[in-house]
Design a protein around this ligand. Structure first.
Ligand code: C2E
Ligand code: CA
Ligand code: CA
Length: 645
C-alpha cells in the first residue's frame, strides 16, 4: 500500500515537472499584461511585487524540475519534495497576485482579479486533471484565496466606473481567452503524457515483478519462483494426490576457493556457466524447472515418474556436465557437484522436499564416498544432529584425521627416499576416507587453517618418531593449500612451526599446485614461497603439467622438485604425444637441475618406460598406497621397496 502510494507520488511528480516546464512561457507571458493593468490603476507597488515574485518562483521551479520528466528516470524522494514545494508556492503566488488586484480601489482592478483567479483555476484543473494529488493540493489553497477576495468585495465601496475600465477588463478578457484556448490544447498533451507515464509505470512494474522472481546474476528463477514452478511440476503441493518426479539440490564443491583465489568475477562467470549448462540441452530439456537458490546452490524439479536408476543417471549426467572444465580469462576452472535428491511424495510441499534434498545433500557432502544421495528418511539422520564444523574439528582433535604416507622410490636403487603425507579420516568402521570426501567440507566451513596446522603438527610428530627409530627418509612431503600461502597469517603459522623444529626442517618438502600462479594473491604467495625456502624448506610443484605453469613461472620460483601428474603417467606407452611430453619434461628437469617425481605409477610397463627416459623417482600403487604410520614404519624397516604383487 505504502509502496503504491510512493510510486504514484513519484509518477505525479514527473508529470507535474513536465507540465510546469511546458506551460512556463504562457505563464510568464501573462505578467506584462498584469503589470500594465496595475500600472494603469496606478498600483505600481503591486505590479512590482507580482513581477518579482512570479519571476523568482518560476526560476525556482526551473531549477527544481531540471532533469525530471516523463521519460527521465524516477527522481529520488527529496527531489520530488522540492518540485512539489516549488509548484505549490508558484500557484499560491499566482493566486496571491489575484488578491493584490482585488485589493485595488478601482472596479476594473476587482473585475481583473476575478478573471485572473478564475483563469488560474481553470488552468490548474485542466492541466492537472491527470494528476489528482497535485490538482487538489493546488485547488484547495486557491479557493481559500478566492474566498478572501470575495469577502473583500463586500467590505468595500467602489468609485463609479470609468470608460477606460471597460477597455482594461476587455484587454484581460482577451488574454484570458487566448490562454483558455491554449489550455484546451495542452490538455490533450497532459492526457497523453499521463498515458505515457502509466504505460512506463506498468512496464516498470512488470520488470520489477520479473526481477523479484529471478536471480540477478544467472537470470534463473530464484527460490520464490521455484516454489511455484516446482509445485506444478511435482504436483506435491500438499493437497493433490499422485505426486511424481523428484527435486534435485545441486551444490558446487570447490566454489569457495575459486571465488576466494581468483576473484568474484571468476566466481560469477562460473555460476553463470553452471546455470547455462543446467539449462542447456540434455539437462534443460528434461528438467521442468531449474533455479538458483543462493550462493553455489541450484535446484531442479524433474517431472516423473522416476525410478532409482533414473535418478542416478540424471545425477550422473548433471555431474558430468558440470565437471567439464570451464575457461575464464585463460584460466581453466573445474568444479564438481554434490547432489541431494528428494523424490516427490503425496502431501509433501516443495518446502519439505527441499528440506529432504538438503539433508541428502549434507550426506552427499560429508558422510559418504558418493556425491549423489537420494533422501530416505530411514537412513538419513536429521541434519541438526550433525554439526559438520564441530565434527571435523573433533575428528582432528581425536586424531581421526591424520597423515598416511605414500613412499617415493628411487628407481635405480629401489630405496625409499621420501614419503608424501596424505590426509586420511580413519573412522572406527570402514576404510579410511580419502581427502576427496572431506576436504570440500573443510573448505566449506572454513577450517583450512586448522586443518593445515593439524596436519603439519601430526607429520612433524611422526617424523620425530621415525627419526628416533632411525628410519626418517631424506624427504617428507606435505601438501599445502594455496590459501595458506596467500595470507600472511597462514605463512607466519607455517614459518613458526618450521622454526620450532630445526632438526627436521631439512627433511621437509612443501607441495604446492600450479593454482598458485593464477591466484589473486600471487605476490603474497611468491613471497611466502621465498621465505619458506630461506627458512630451509624445499618446495615441490605438484600435479605438474595439468594447469597453468609456464617455463617462465618455473624459473621465477626455482622449485626444488616437480611432480609429474598421474594423468601423464597413466597414458605412458599408450599415447605417443604423452611419451614425447614426459620425455621432454624429464630432460628439462635435468637441464634446470630440478628433481622430477613421477606420480601414480601403477604398472611395471610404466616404470620401465620412466626408467628408460631417465626418471629417477616414482610414487604409486605399484609400490604402495598411502599407509598408516605403523605400516609405514614396517615398510621402512623392510628396507627396499619391492614392487607390489
Ligand atoms: P595429490 O597431492 O596429487 O596426491 C596424490 C593422490 O594420488 C593421492 O590421492 C594418492 O593416494 C593418489 N595416488 C597415489 N598413487 C596412485 C596411483 O598409483 N594411482 C592413482 N590413480 N592414484 C594414486 P589422495 O590421498 O586421495 O589425495 C587427493 C588429493 O588431496 C591430493 O592430491 C592433495 O591435493 C589433497 N591432499 C591430500 N592430503 C592433503 C593435505 O594434508 N593437505 C592438503 N592441502 N591437501 C591434501
Ligand atoms: Ca601432492
Ligand atoms: Ca599430485
Amino acid at each position: 500500500m505504502l509502496d503504491r502510494l510512493k510510486d504514484r507520488f513519484i509518477l505525479e511528480t514527473q508529470l507535474t515537472a513536465h507540465i510546469v516546464r511546458r506551460d512556463r512561457l504562457s505563464r510568464m507571458s501573462v505578467i506584462p499584461v498584469v503589470c500594465a493593468i496595475l500600472a494603469y490603476c496606478e498600483d505600481y507597488r503591486s505590479a512590482a511585487i507580482i513581477a518579482a515574485t512570479v519571476t523568482i518562483s518560476e526560476a525556482a521551479a526551473y531549477l527544481a524540475g531540471t532533469g525530471v520528466g516523463i521519460d527521465a528516470p524516477p527522481p529520488p524522494l527529496r527531489r520530488c519534495a522540492a518540485i512539489w514545494t516549488v509548484a505549490i508556492v508558484t500557484t499560491a503566488i499566482y493566486m496571491a497576485a489575484g488578491a493584490l488586484f482585488g485589493a485595488g480601489a478601482s472596479t476594473a482592478a476587482v473585475i481583473c482579479a476575478c478573471i485572473w483567479m478564475f483563469g488560474a483555476l481553470v488552468h490548474v484543473s485542466n492541466s492537472f486533471v491527470a494528476v489528482p494529488i497535485y490538482n487538489w493540493s493546488m485547488l484547495l489553497p486557491s479557493y481559500i484565496i478566492v474566498a478572501v477576495v470575495i469577502s473583500n468585495l463586500f467590505a468595500r465601496s467602489f468609485a463609479p466606473p470609468d470608460p477606460m475600465d471597460a477597455i482594461t477588463v476587455g484587454g484581460l478578457l482577451l488574454v484570458y481567452f487566448a490562454n483558455s484556448v491554449q489550455t484546451t490544447q495542452t490538455h490533450k498533451d497532459s492526457i497523453s503524457a499521463y498515458e505515457h507515464m502509466r504505460e512506463l509505470a506498468a512496464r516498470r512494474l512488470i520488470e520489477l515483478k520479473d526481477l523479484s522472481l529471478r536471480d540477478t546474476l544467472t537470470r534463473l528463477p530464484n527460490r520464490r519462483a521455484f516454489d511455484d514452478l516446482a509445485s506444478n511440476i511435482l504436483r506435491g503441493d500438499g493437497q493433490r494426490h499422485g505426486a511424481s518426479g523428484a527435486l534435485f539440490l545441486i551444490n558446487l564443491d570447490g566454489f569457495k576457493p575459486i571465488n576466494d583465489s581468483y576473484g568474484h568475477a571468476a566466481g560469477d562467470a562460473l555460476l553463470k556457466e553452471v546455470a547455462r549448462r543446467l539449462t542447456a540441452q540434455g539437462i534443460g530439456a528434461g528438467a521442468g524447472a531449474v533455479a538458483r537458490l543462493g550462493n553455489d546452490e541450484f535446484a531442479m524439479a524433474w517431472p516423473g515418474p522416476l525410478n532409482t536408476s533414473e535418478l542416478h543417471s540424471i545425477s550422473d549426467m548433471i555431474q558430468s556436465h558440470l565437471h567439464q572444465p570451464m575457461r575464464h580469462n585463460h584460466r581453466k576452472l573445474q568444479i564438481t557437484a554434490s547432489i541431494g535428491i528428494a523424490p516427490a511424495h503425496d502431501g509433501a510441499s516443495v518446502d519439505q522436499l527441499l528440506n529432504e534434498a538438503d539433508q541428502a545433500m549434507f550426506h552427499a557432502k560429508n558422510n559418504l564416498e558418493s556425491r549423489i544421495v537420494i533422501y530416505d528418511r530411514h537412513i538419513i539422520p536429521k541434519r541438526s544432529n550433525l554439526n559438520d564444523r564441530a565434527r571435523l574439528l573433533s575428528a582432528m582433535q581425536q586424531g581421526e584425521i591424520c597423515p598416511f604416507y605414500q613412499p617415493q622410490v628411487d628407481i635405480a636403487t629401489n630405496r625409499i627416499i621420501g614419503l608424501e603425507a596424505l590426509a586420511r579420516w580413519v573412522q572406527p568402521k570402514g576404510n579410511p576416507r580419502t581427502p576427496g570426501s572431506f576436504l570440500p567440507a573443510i573448505n566449506e566451513v572454513n577450517l583450512q587453517a586448522e586443518f593445515q596446522d593439524h596436519m603439519l603438527q601430526a607429520v612433524l610428530k611422526d617424523m620425530t618418531t621415525l627419526q628416533n627409530l632411525n628410519l626418517l627418509p631424506d624427504q617428507v612431503s606435505i601438501n599445502l593449500s594455496e590459501v595458506t600461502l596467500a595470507t600472511a597469517a597462514g605463512r607466519d603459522a607455517l614459518l613458526d612451526v618450521v622454526g620450532r623444529h630445526p632438526n627436521l626442517h631439512g627433511h621437509l618438502m612443501f607441495e604446492v599446485t600450479e593454482d598458485i600462479f593464477i591466484a589473486r594473491a600471487g605476490q603474497t604467495i611468491k613471497d611466502s614461497i621465498s621465505m619458506l625456502r630461506m627458512a630451509g624448506v624445499r618446495i615441490s610443484l605438484d600435479d605438474f603439467g595439468t594447469g597453468f605453469a609456464t617455463f617462465q613461472h618455473l624459473q621465477e620460483l626455482e622449485f626444488d622438485e616437480l611432480k609429474l601428474d598421474t594423468g601423464f603417467v597413466s597414458r605412458l606407452g599408450t599415447d605417443r604425444a604423452t611419451d614425447v611430453l614426459v620425455k621432454s619434461f624429464l630432460d628439462m628437469g635435468r637441464g634446470l637441475d630440478v628433481h622430477i617425481v613421477a606420480e601414480g605409477v601403477e604398472t611395471t610397463a610404466q616404470l620401465d618406460i620412466l626408467r628408460d627416459m631417465g626418471c629417477q623417482t616414482v610414487q604409486g600403487y605399484l609400490f604402495s598406497p598411502a599407509l598408516s604410520l605403523d605400516d609405514t614404519t614396517a615398510f621402512l624397516q623392510a628396507g627396499d621397496a619391492t614392487v607390489a604383487a
